[in-house]
Design a protein around this ligand. Sequence first.
Ligand code: ATP
Ligand code: MG
Length: 603
Amino acid sequence: MVIRLSQLFLRTLREDPADAEVASHKLLVRAGYIRRAAPGIYTWLPLGLSVLRKVEEIIRQEMSAIGGQEVHFPALLPKEPYEATNRWTEYGEGIFRLKDRKEADYLLAPTHEEVFTLLVKDLYSSYKDLPLSLYQIQTKYRDEARPRAGLLRGREFIMKDSYSFDVDDEGLDASYAAHREAYLKIFARLGLEVVPVAATAGAMGGSKSEEFLHPTDIGEDTFVRSPGGYAANVEAVTTVVPEEIDFSNAPPAHVRNTPNTPTIETLVEASNQIAPRSEADGGAWTAADTLKNVVLAVTLPTGERQIVVLGVPGDRAVDLKRVEANIGAFLPIAGEVVLEAAGEEDLRKHPGLVKGYIGPGLTLDEPLLGLEGSTKLLYLVDPRVVSGTAWITGANLPGKHVYGLVAGRDFGWDGVIECTEVRAGDEAPDGSGPLETARGIEMGHIFQLGRKYAEALDLKVLDQNGKQVVVTMGSYGVGVTRAVAALAESNHDEKGLVWPRAVAPADIHVVAVGRGDEIFQTAEKLALELEAAGLDVMYDDRPKVSPGVKFGDAELIGVPTILAVGKGLVDGIVEIKDRRSGNAENVPVEKAVDYVVNAVRSR
Ligand code: ATP
Ligand code: MG
């Protein structure tokens, strides 16, 4: 195929779009791959579609290689299946809901577990039909709170989603492992570095789950790695829990006046003045000796607002993403929640809590926090708050703190939650060394769903003994449009895009530079010969466009090899340039086709 720039529906832009912050977004718009239609919603132009199709094709091949069969579901679906699993509610504001003319409820699907489950239930009924893997490459809709960075976080986006169906856990393990391998192959073929990390299951439910993160500073996910090979999304990292301490000889807690100490910093400073600790007892007080009680307001998927108090060591910040990932177990209803610091209004409803001096209460007999306490507020603590640890914390009296308040002796809690920041240098939970942190973009996510969806929707098959068993499922996603953006993000320079060969919109960009029939005739001939050799060719045949503009566009568009036919032609020479390295070579015109074909084949 020869794409002629004189015909191509393309306008490259000199200016970055006003709403673009990251390079991939700017360049994909400027180079004419996509156009914004609405916030987080994009139109695909010919060049963009050609890259998108190549990404899709690689995914298709690898899915088919593990026995996946392609189907295609509608995006527009009735509410009922999603009601059966409660996700109609759980998704909260995250989905687009609509009504038909008969007032029946529909949604634009954010993901398709329910309808895949129902499809298999509809047609299959025996263990002999399994294992089964189905997939689709399909448009998803999510009303993201913060659509961002162009295609990276859209409200309409393309996902490859597959679902596996097995009779037993061993079967699920095998399907999961096959997908994991296929994903590693897909990303390797795309030329996209990914790190598989342990993940939390989030709104999806189920047990084992891993994400494939593409390391980049603009990523929204933070992950950790240890020298010994531990890797996890920060949301999934578990804290190394200290040993419980015998408190039978611990001194009693006592309240002190600590005026003007509403922050941890002021509290530590004041404590070292009014109640210095001896070297033998551990030396000067630090923030880690204080128990900070952070009051959060949680908006449930139903819209209800609930207050939760987190008790954490004062030297650790609360990480809202970790709270969000792990708080589900303690809430009355599953699903997406919105978290924020509780406001004055929330605190006013609980007069027992004194801002800046909040604590769990002074004795176990009269707890303030916890569902047994006078405020009846859910009280969750960081895993470091183990029985026997002693803390400086608020006394719930203005200007007063309590010293030596012992966990398990003087106060209790409703649950333990991973809720504080993970820091570089923290120990990996499997003992494989200190963690380092990095940022990444989630490119794919695989889940062992188990029987949650099959149970909710009653997907059963007859097993070998003629008994009805609930099917066990896996769900596996790749962000297809996000992959295009991530590839652009990691393959560009100040001049423009630099596509990896596997997904480039063409193999070779032939540019006719200058004037004269001979230049255009030669360029045309080379373009056709390259096409005949099996390459995808882009040919800049635009008359009366300056060499500067043509080269600028070629660099912006980012085809990996550029063949310029220009002034050198009088000496029988053309220039072949590698877009990535910038290296240019003068090649005799009669050798040009072989040279380019070799460059393309050797990648
Ligand atoms: P994120 O944490 O980034 O919001 P997610 O965990 O909600 O993603 P999944 O439900 O696991 O996403 O979806 C599978 C894949 O679809 C993700 O790994 C990601 O690559 C892609 N994806 C999810 N949301 C978006 C979006 N808003 N825009 C583009 N791609 C997305
Ligand atoms: Mg995910």
